[in-house]
Design a protein around this ligand. Structure first.
Ligand code: C5P
Length: 242
């Protein structure tokens, strides 16, 4: 099974903090950590922040969750395809036509730049959406897990590489998708007593056992006094088992 290096969510407010974390993580010369750059950082500092990470030899997961009409998403993804990032995201709720346009845009952009195409991961339902919201606001009468499974299948049929999901959802998603379809999971805590604002968490080793292809880890690394040591311990547990 394909397994990626832990993806470190760089959810910090200043450029200085982001660059410090990049420097710390780049000090691991044996592995290539993947940094997850989200909307906050990207909207504030633009493509330069992606360049800064890449210049240090880090891989980039550009988590911008695109969601618009197919033509707009296609063009936006062409731009992302040229940036040399390893992963990016879009909303499965955008529909098959938008998802296909997203994938095509990435492939075209990457080809023009002579780069490998980034892997495209779908957001199924945001974890902030619960069954009550699903029912009363979206008028969807199905259990949440069925909605997640359906969106995973829609994404796979549209040619996407995988989904972002909770580790607890991996088994259900695997039951309806091909074995090569990727499940990347946030909500990871090496110490289960520290939840922060995450409601349900698993350890890196549990994520491995549950079949995650990749884990997204933020605060346990970024707020650690020794980010690189935290990264390496998490990496070891996830990549190699304990
Ligand atoms: O600090 P922490 O490890 O909780 O960070 C997790 C990262 O994964 C954050 O960037 C968060 O936005 C993201 N994420 C999540 N849950 C989801 C989707 C994304 O925690 N369902």
């Amino acid at each position: 099974m394909e397994r990626f290096e832990p993806m470190v969510a760089i959810d910090v407010a200043t450029k200085e903090e982001a660059l410090n974390l990049f420097d710390e993580l780049a000090a691991d010369t044996q592995h290539t950590p993947i940094v997850k750059i989200g909307m906050e950082l990207y909207y504030a500092f633009g493509p330069g922040i992606v360049k800064q990470a890449k210049q240090r030899g880090l891989s980039v997961f550009l988590d911008l969750k695109s969601y618009d009409i197919p033509n707009t998403v296609h063009r936006a993804m062409q731009v992302i395809g040229k940036m040399g990032v390893r992963f990016t995201t879009t909303h499965a709720a955008g529909g098959t036509e938008m998802l296909k346009a997203a994938k095509a845009g990435l492939v075209e952009g990457a080809r023009e730049a002579g780069l490998p195409a980034p892997k495209l991961l779908a957001i199924t339902e945001l974890t902030s959406i619960d069954e009550h919201i699903l029912k009363t606001e979206q008028h969807v009468d199905l259990p949440l897990i069925d909605v997640v499974k359906n969106y995973a299948q829609v994404a796979e049929r549209a040619g996407l590489d995988g989904v972002i999901c909770s580790a607890q959802e991996v088994k259900a998603i695997r039951s309806v998708t091909q074995p090569t379809f990727l499940c990347v999971t946030p909500g990871i805590r090496p110490d289960l007593s520290v939840h922060d604002d995450q409601k349900r968490v698993v350890t890196p080793a549990q994520a491995r056992e549950l079949g995650s292809n990749g884990i997204v880890v933020g605060r346990p690394i970024t707020q650690s006094k020794e980010p690189i040591a935290a990264y390496q311990a998490i990496r070891q547990a996830f990549m190699e088992g304990e």
